[in-house]
Ligand binder design. Structure first.
Ligand code: 6PG
Length: 243
């Protein structure tokens, strides 16, 4: 039985404000939070909210947060496709309390297979390990309109079930290689939060939340079910309109 909490917001700022309160609550429980960030465009809305409101004292103790990524494109960090590069531009450049020693990027410029192994080793040494798998306090996920999450795509569901903590995936259209957490790490987290906005996601959001058992054979996002944790959906009204 999945333990999930679904919240729907009118605006992306409202979503970001409530996600920030959620993160503040986690910081009142955990002395340090290892967060795995998602890529793509949705996190920009959150990063912009944090950057615009940081001076009004967001009450986020940045020094107690370490940043990792759930996936990265296999490109150098200064490439416009880089998830780290996007985060640096929209978050790290604007919030100076974030300490560089707490930023652990996936090195997209490296050989993908070697980097997947390096990053998995890093996670196993830096994070708590539970059931022989690194355990994030919080994993942020986005969802594509095809039901992919992190960089596990519907045509590569085998990667979700990999015995490895990190896998090498390939974008089904562009062929671009990506490094991604596998399902065993994602479902080993204590808290997993989907941040999903936009009407193009509404169909999959509805399909997955309303009919998870049928969806989980089709879409990686439907397989997110933290075995000893909680799943949260932070949705805007557009992405939730078919619920
Ligand atoms: C990536 C992501 C990916 C993303 C979804 C949603 O590297 O692209 O990690 O899983 O979260 O594709 O992307 P948008 O937020 O751009 O819709």
């Amino acid at each position: 039985m999945i333990k999930e909490n679904i919240q729907i917001f009118n605006t992306s700022d409202e979503l970001s404000e409530n996600f920030t309160k959620f993160l503040q609550n986690l910081l009142s429980v955990y002395p340090h939070i290892n967060i795995s960030l998602s890529g793509g465009s949705t996190p920009k809305q959150l990063f912009n909210y944090w950057s615009q409101n940081n001076k009004q004292n967001l009450k986020l103790d940045w020094g107690r947060i370490s940043f990792y990524w759930g996936d990265e494109r296999c490109v150098p960090s200064d490439n416009e496709m880089s998830n780290y590069g996007m985060t640096e531009k929209y978050l790290f450049k604007n919030i100076h309390q974030i300490q560089t020693q707490n930023i652990h990027r996936i090195q997209g410029e490296n050989d993908p297979t070697i980097e997947a192994q390096r990053y998995a080793k890093l996670l196993n040494s830096n994070l708590a390990v539970y059931k022989n798998t690194p355990c994030f306090e919080l994993i942020l996920l986005g969802m594509g309109d095809d039901g992919h999450t992190a960089s596990i795509f519907p045509d590569q569901m085998n990667l979700w079930n990999s015995e490895n903590d990190c896998v090498v995936a390939k974008h089904p259209e562009t062929g671009m290689q990506r490094i991604s957490l596998s399902g065993k790490v994602i479902n080993n987290a204590q808290h997993v939060a989907f941040l999903v906005t936009g009407k193009d996601k509404a169909e999959k959001v509805s399909e997955i939340i309303k009919n998870r058992s049928a969806s989980e054979t089709l879409y990686p996002a439907a397989k997110v079910n933290p075995s000893n944790g909680f799943l949260y959906w932070f949705l805007d009204k557009e992405s939730a309109k078919l619920l």
